[in-house]
Design a binder for this molecule. Structure first.
Ligand SMILES: Cc1ncc(COP(=O)(O)O)c(C=O)c1O
Length: 374
């Protein structure tokens, strides 16, 4: 049996994969294979409605928020977010001009988002001492990278953060309280892994290929009152107000990814919803971290207070054993455990579809490898 620890595209529940296989032959007994179904067909439009309803139910999304779907990943939102929100009126009354935007850096993806935003607006980087690469993280660096309160200067349009850094395995302990500015989150690797505090967020976006199905789709859950301020050069497909006005269908949808989203959301609901997903994530990660913390060979470089429950990077005290460990793991059916190419080491990504049994097998394997080599 294969256990897939990929960071994304990631493991899907077997029931979802089986269902999608059926859909390829004909969506809901229509006889029309999903991949040949028009995105304007009522049977597909039903999928769009179901996706929104399921998301609203699972995450208790308030009516004041719009639910938007896009046929591209979160990287596109690194541009779309500043294009849509850098022109928001700031507290100095600077409506319509490009205000500065504030980016909290806690790892690879928040840094990428900040770099892209710099193409459209002056970016204030809240640069905590970088936790990776280089020295292993310290508790002080972790606390500086994930403050409890975000207090931006008056001439700031919005603040942005990444609650779960997929590559670095760094998670904010809680969403920060943002004083005076709307807070946007790139929740690509943590949406649906637990509840969202809507009182703290103005917008949350995520790529689908972790907990929401397959790549080539993203969702944005955004306060409706923030729509309509896009900067003039914003491409129509990036203009959130225009996308909302077209019910997320300004152009051809990724019909397969939308159906996968519906199946993933329905599966999540059947399993008990996001509170149950959070419970499982706590249980899985507690097992792996306690194993790593007790090991003489492996260690987590991430300070405890900011450890992710979903992406667990770890290193070997004898780095020359990393490649043999990865090879042996793959032969034992434990696949895609390599750390990100920019970070090295190993990483276990454990999203909603990951079973406790897979994590137990991983710990058993790592323990056996340790006994052979240390
Ligand atoms: C937190 C985070 N943001 C953004 C991205 C980029 O997503 P995409 O490649 O779908 O654009 C990823 C991908 O893994 C991610 O984990």
């Amino acid at each position: 049996m294969i256990h897939n620890f990929s960071a994304g595209p990631a493991a899907l529940p077997d029931a979802v994969v089986q269902g999608l296989r059926d859909d390829l032959h004909g969506l809901e007994d229509s006889g029309i294979p999903l991949l040949g179904l028009s995105h304007r067909d009522p049977r597909f439009l039903k999928q769009m409605t179901q996706a929104e309803q399921l998301l609203r139910r699972l995450l208790a999304i308030p009516d004041t928020f719009a639910v938007l779907l896009f046929p591209f990943g979160a990287t596109a939102h690194f541009s779309a977010v500043p294009l849509n929100f850098a022109g928001l009126p700031d507290r100095e009354g600077g409506a319509g001009r490009v205000a500065s935007v504030r980016y909290h850096l806690s790892g690879y993806w928040s840094e990428k988002a900040a770099s892209e935003a710099g193409r459209y607006a002056p970016v204030e980087r809240v640069a905590a001492p970088f936790l990776w690469p280089g020295a292993d993280g310290t508790a002080a660096a972790a606390a500086a990278a994930t403050p409890a309160v975000v207090q931006a200067p008056a001439a700031t349009a919005y603040a942005h953060y990444c609650p779960n850094e997929t590559i670095d395995g760094i998670a904010w302990p809680a969403p920060p309280e943002s004083v005076g500015v709307p807070l946007l989150a790139d929740a690509s690797s943590c949406l649906l892994a637990g509840p969202v505090d809507w009182s703290r967020h103005a917008g949350v976006y995520a790529s689908a290929q972790k907990n929401l199905g397959v790549a080539g789709l993203s969702v944005l859950l955004v306060r409706r009152d923030l729509l309509g301020c896009a900067l003039p050069p914003t491409p129509a497909v990036f203009d959130y107000a225009a996308v909302a006005a077209s019910a997320s269908l300004p152009n051809t949808a990724n019909v397969f990814a939308v159906r996968a989203l519906v199946r993933m959301l329905a599966w999540c609901e059947e399993q008990g919803g996001v509170d149950e997903m959070a419970r499982r994530a706590r249980q899985r990660s507690a097992l792996l971290y306690s194993f790593l913390d007790a090991s003489r060979l492996y260690y987590s470089p991430v300070p405890r207070a900011v450890r992710s429950m979903l992406n667990v990077p770890f290193r070997l005290r004898r780095p020359e054993l990393t490649a043999p460990c990865l090879t042996a793991a793959a032969s034992a059916g434990l696949q895609q455990l390599a750390g990100h190419r920019s970070r090295g080491g190993m990483r276990a990504s454990m999203y909603n579809a990951m079973s406790m049994e897979a994590v137990e097998r991983l710990c058993d394997f790592l323990s056996e490898f340790e006994h052979l080599h240390v």
